[in-house]
Design a binder for this molecule. Sequence first.
Ligand code: CP
Length: 322
Amino acid sequence: MKNFTSVHDVPQIDALVKKALAYKAAPFKDKNLGAGKRIGLLFLNPSMRTRLSTQIAAQNLGMEPIVFNVGQEGWALEFEDEAIMSGSTVEHVKDAAPIMGNYFDILAIRTFPSLKNRDDDYSELYIKQFIKYAGIPVVSLESATLHPLQSLTDIITINECLKASPLPAGKKPKIVLTWAPHVKPLPQCVANSFSQWVNAWGQADFVITHPEDYELDEQFTKGATITHDQNAALKDADFVYVKNWSTFRDYGKIYTNDPEWMLTNEKLAVTNNAKVMHCLPVRRNVELSDEILDGPNSIVIQEASNRVWAAQAVLSEILASL
Ligand code: CP
């Protein structure tokens, strides 16, 4: 694996999941694989889980992780080629990225979308410019449109649950991605990415439910059943993935914020005792109720804990290709 920015960088999802679960069983089995190697973790935006889990994953493989909070402590970067830098940006990625390419063996980057201009965000300029100019493998720690480490974790967690509580032979799990309310417009990254990975994994009946006007980009959702009827979508679900996102078509807006879309135990009653997932952080009693988060169906802590093994599997694949 050269870079890790989407599911398209993964030759075999099942093999990567297997590798991640092997690391969960024996975290230090490849503790010398990354000896003498450094990974730079660049954060243009906040993070808790991604930052910590990727550092732990790198250390488990013997790598030295160095975190740089570019968004808070670095020079404001310019990403447009041929920009006349007379505004607020101080350093061009064309100058910064090759230096980082010399400091590190792998570069990992978190950027968020502006949610102002859809074409700009969906061009993924930031990640693409780092790939172009760094000259070393680049890992997405969440980009403008996707969150592949989160989605790999989600597939790992679903596999883990299915192994612990198998469905009847031949039955595919029903996985439902449901929109949830939120107080501010959020990126579509997690929903896009989850859809992309579940579709590529191809081993589930996949349903997406959201209010009207919250359609996601079809390039990620194609293959899923899409409905505005949340209760119908939830029927017989084995996994319910809860996430807010802002509008894609009339970009970055909140249209409805109907609290009825928040998942409750009453809504969960029509599912097949579904496991409830969320990438976190979560706004309690806005996006997801306390009764769900604190109840027996929630697997959000297991899911977030698995972030280490997803990151470790990806870094291991990249290290093996250096
Ligand atoms: N799920 C996730 O990416 O969490 P952080 O934003 O805390 O990294």
